[in-house]
Design a protein around this ligand. Structure first.
Ligand code: 5GP
Ligand code: MG
Length: 184
C-alpha cells in the first residue's frame, strides 16, 4: 500500500509555510470585508482548515462537494451544494478554495454554479496547479476555464496524492504532496 507513495514533491513544512503566507495575503486583500470561504470537498478539507486558521480576520466557511475522478481518470464533474447556501452567500464576497487545478473543469463548474446564487463576487484559490501546455481533451475539459486568482504551487503534470488528495479514497491524510506510484 505505502508502495503507492512515490516521490515527495512538497514536504509538509513547505506546504504549511505557503498556506500561512496565503492566509496573510488573503486577509490583506479582503481588508474590511468578511468573505465566505467555500471549500470544495473532499480534496480541500486540510487546506480549508489550515487556511482558515491562518486567516487573521473574520470569515465564514461553507462546503460544496465535487466529484470527477474515477481512480486516476477524470470524468464529468458532479457537484453537490448544501441546503440554504444561497441565502448564506447572496451579496457576499465568495472565495472558492480547491486543492488542485488540472483541466480547470471543476473550478469552472463551481464558479458558474455559485455565481448563479447572487454573491457580490467570486474569487478563487487553488493550492496546486499542474503545469501543462494546453488543456487535455475530454469531458472534463468542456466548461470555459477560470483562471485562479491565487495559486500556491505550480507542480509537474503527474497524478499526485496527499494533503487532501486521494487515490481511491486513500492518502488524503498525508501531510505532504507525493506522486502516486503505480505498477506499470
Ligand atoms: P480539474 O477539474 O481541474 O481537471 O481537476 C480538479 C479536480 O480533480 C481536483 O479538485 C481533484 O479533486 C481532482 N484531481 C486533479 N488532479 C488530481 C491529482 O493529480 N490527484 C488527485 N488525487 N486528484 C486530482
Ligand atoms: Mg477536488
Amino acid at each position: 500500500m505505502a508502495a503507492e507513495i512515490g516521490k515527495i514533491l512538497l514536504p509538509a513544512d513547505r506546504i504549511a509555510g505557503r498556506v500561512r503566507q496565503l492566509g496573510r495575503r488573503l486577509a490583506r486583500a479582503y481588508t474590511g470585508r468578511e468573505p465566505v470561504l467555500v471549500a470544495v470537498m473532499k480534496g480541500s478539507f486540510l487546506l480549508a482548515a489550515d487556511l482558515a486558521r491562518a486567516w487573521p480576520g473574520p470569515i465564514d466557511v461553507e462546503f460544496v462537494s465535487a466529484e470527477s475522478y474515477d481512480g486516476t481518470r477524470p470524468g464529468a464533474v458532479r457537484l453537490r451544494l448544501p441546503r440554504g447556501l444561497r441565502s448564506r452567500i447572496a451579496g457576499r464576497p465568495v472565495l472558492v478554495v480547491d486543492d488542485i487545478y488540472d483541466t480547470g473543469a471543476t473550478l469552472a463548474k463551481v464558479c458558474r454554479t455559485l455565481e448563479a446564487l447572487g454573491p457580490a463576487e467570486v474569487r478563487t484559490l487553488v493550492l496546486f496547479r499542474k503545469r501543462r501546455a494546453r488543456p487535455r481533451a475530454g469531458p472534463a475539459a468542456e466548461p470555459a476555464a477560470v483562471r485562479p486568482d491565487w495559486v500556491g504551487f505550480d507542480i509537474p503534470d503527474r497524478f499526485v496524492i496527499g494533503y487532501g488528495l486521494d487515490y481511491c479514497g486513500r492518502y488524503r491524510n498525508l501531510p505532504y504532496l507525493a506522486v502516486l506510484r503505480q505498477g506499470r
